[in-house]
Design a protein around this ligand. Structure first.
Ligand SMILES: NC(=O)c1ccc[n+]([C@@H]2O[C@H](COP(=O)([O-])OP(=O)(O)OC[C@H]3O[C@@H](n4cnc5c(N)ncnc54)[C@H](OP(=O)(O)O)[C@@H]3O)[C@@H](O)[C@H]2O)c1
Length: 327
């Protein structure tokens, strides 16, 4: 089978598509024939050795996928060869077959195609966990989403709207903000041109935002935190800007604001039942037509490295999907 391989940590350009042996499942593992997998920001960091996790070499990037179960290992219950599934293996998705721990495999929700399924788990689960379990977002509250046209950003707009919030989307270009509007954002801010703090205050009649969803970091974090309301919550999702902000804690004291860390992947290990409830909620919203991943590009394995580089240059919107059977 073919796989995009990282043989050494370093420049993304060194990734190559190679012929490798098909994986075989060990106990409590399954092998999935990958129909589609999707790109996430951490993939681009992982292959450079810049992510918090460093898999043993060689490995294939690709954190989430959709496909058909090819083979199940000993001890696997409730999953059979031929099942249509979605999965979040953490790595290995950019290949024609992927070995996945059985507890990371879920049925493909009814009515969902493989491309949509491959872009569903990581971003939407992160956003629902962040907004519901960590941010306690309430109907009628105001949510500000930074990096709102990106992978997790687009999902946060849709999940925020499904939870009944007023959503303000912030991103770096008119094209990106047009996508956010299409997804249901009530208001938008181009934070490359406007003062983020002032615009949030203007759009909330001076009150400020109740919740900020921040996958970007850098200078925008403090600007957004300063524009939160009494008991506002800033959700720390990630640092796509490459800068981890240093904040003064008087900003938390002054309005009883909270800074809340979000680590969806680890939370699923702490609360597997909570994760099951969330995926059921997301599948129901999908069936009702309230959420749907934005697939902006469909690429072959060989084209994936160039997409990783575009992602690091802020040139990607929504989700990039990789089709391992495509040439
Ligand atoms: N905590 C968790 O559980 C969790 C789960 C999933 C992902 N994450 C994190 O969330 C972050 C976003 O992931 P994603 O897959 O949504 O990425 P993405 O699609 O590339 O979106 C990131 C957005 O960040 C903005 N950005 C600002 N400065 C940037 C820069 N220098 N380089 C790249 N992007 C920049 C871009 O929007 P503008 O151009 O509009 O500013 C971009 O659309 C990553 O840090 C990832 O690790 C965290």
């Amino acid at each position: 089978m073919q796989a995009l391989l990282c043989r050494e940590y370093g420049p993304i350009e060194r990734l190559r598509v190679e012929e490798v042996p098909s994986p075989r499942p060990g106990p409590n593992e399954v092998v999935v024939e990958v129909r589609a997998s999707s790109l996430n920001f951490p993939d681009a960091l992982l292959v450079q050795g810049l992510y918090q996790v460093k898999p043993p070499l060689p490995f294939s990037p690709g954190m989430e996928l959709a496909g058909i179960v090819k083979e199940v290992g000993a001890g696997v219950r409730g999953i059979e060869a031929g099942d249509r599934v979605i999965a979040s293996p953490g790595r290995g998705g950019f290949a024609q077959e992927c070995l996945v721990a059985a507890d990371r495999v879920m049925p493909l929700p009814a009515g969902m195609d493989f491309e949509t399924g491959s872009a569903f788990v990581l971003t939407y689960c992160t956003s629902l966990h962040a907004l519901k379990d960590c941010g306690h977002l309430q109907p009628g509250e105001t949510l500000v989403v930074l990096g709102a046209a990106g992978g997790v950003g687009t999902s946060a707009i849709e999940v925020g709207k499904a939870m009944g919030a007023k959503v303000i989307a912030a991103a770096s270009s008119e094209e990106k903000l047009a996508l956010c509007k299409k997804l249901g954002a009530d208001d938008t801010i181009d934070y490359e041109k406007a003062d983020l703090r002032q615009r949030i205050l203007d759009l909330t009649s001076g009150k400020g935002a109740d919740v900020v969803y921040d996958p970007v970091g850098g200078a925008q974090t403090e600007a957004a935190l300063r524009a939160t309301a009494w008991r506002g919550r800033l959700l720390v999702i990630g640092f796509a800007s490459g800068v981890i902000p240093q904040l003064k804690l008087n900003l938390a004291l002054l309005k009883e604001r909270s800074l809340v860390g979000v680590y969806w992947g680890d939370w699923t290990q702490h609360d597997p039942q909570g994760q099951r409830r969330n995926i059921e909620q997301l599948a129901a919203w999908f069936a009702e037509g309230r959420i749907k991943p934005v697939v902006s590009e469909r690429l072959s394995l060989a084209e994936a490295p160039a997409a990783m580089m575009r992602m690091l240059q802020r040139k990607v919107m929504g989700k990039v999907v990789v089709l391992p059977a495509a040439t």
